[in-house]
Unconditional design. Structure first.
Length: 203
């Protein structure tokens, strides 16, 4: 089964998590909407850091030039992001689908990142991080997903480990921990490939 990688916030490690899963499991990668940094996109990051030849990187449905919330970047580019244009790529492989920003980040009026799981009929892997406020952001994200009856396959923690925070989130939500990504002083292909070998995924 393919999965959506969603985050409790922006910049918390979704792309790194995606790279690790692709490297560990050989899944394809797809980011439907990319906003900003078109010469250094998340798809390019995956291409540079994942060396499994089975992994195919599918082109984005929308490539926006401004580093901003997708709905603003689309408005600046003079286009409108439409749900019907976001179609899961055809592949003989499973696909990791990465969202753009947090779950409630909008693509357009009445179309949010959190709408992708139902639209694509895929479960979610939720990426959390250990910063002040992450418990609140994680529990709100879980509640929002559960209220929409979206399946959450598991949680991945990224960054410096805070045992008390992780334990509270896992005990409160009763959602399984898939793995924890440590803080890396340097992120490069060797780091990702070495870490991917240490995890065991049953997706």
């Amino acid at each position: 089964m393919s999965f959506i990688i969603a985050g409790i916030h922006t910049g918390i490690g979704k792309t790194l998590c995606s790279a690790i899963i692709c490297q560990a499991s050989g899944y394809d990668y797809w980011k439907p909407v990319q906003a900003g940094s078109l010469e250094d996109t998340d798809s390019i990051f995956i291409q540079k850091h994942v060396n499994d030849p089975a992994v195919k990187i599918h082109p984005e449905a929308y490539r926006l030039h401004t580093s901003a919330s997708p709905h603003i970047a689309a408005e600046i580019d003079g286009i409108k992001i439409k749900k019907e244009n976001i179609i899961l790529p055809k592949s003989n492989n499973k696909i990791i689908v990465e969202t753009a920003g947090g779950l409630m980040s909008p693509f357009a009026n009445n179309f949010f990142n959190i709408d992708l799981p139902a639209h694509l009929n895929l479960p979610v892997i939720l990426v959390s991080n250990n910063y002040l406020g992450s418990i609140n952001h994680t529990l709100l994200s879980v509640e929002a997903l559960q209220r929409r009856n979206i399946t959450i396959k598991g949680i991945v923690f990224s960054g410096e480990k805070v045992d008390s925070t992780q334990l509270f989130i896992l005990e409160y939500t009763q959602i399984p921990l898939l793995f924890s990504i440590p803080y890396f002083d340097k992120i490069n292909p060797e780091t990702i490939q070495a870490f991917a070998k240490t995890i065991s995924l049953n997706l």
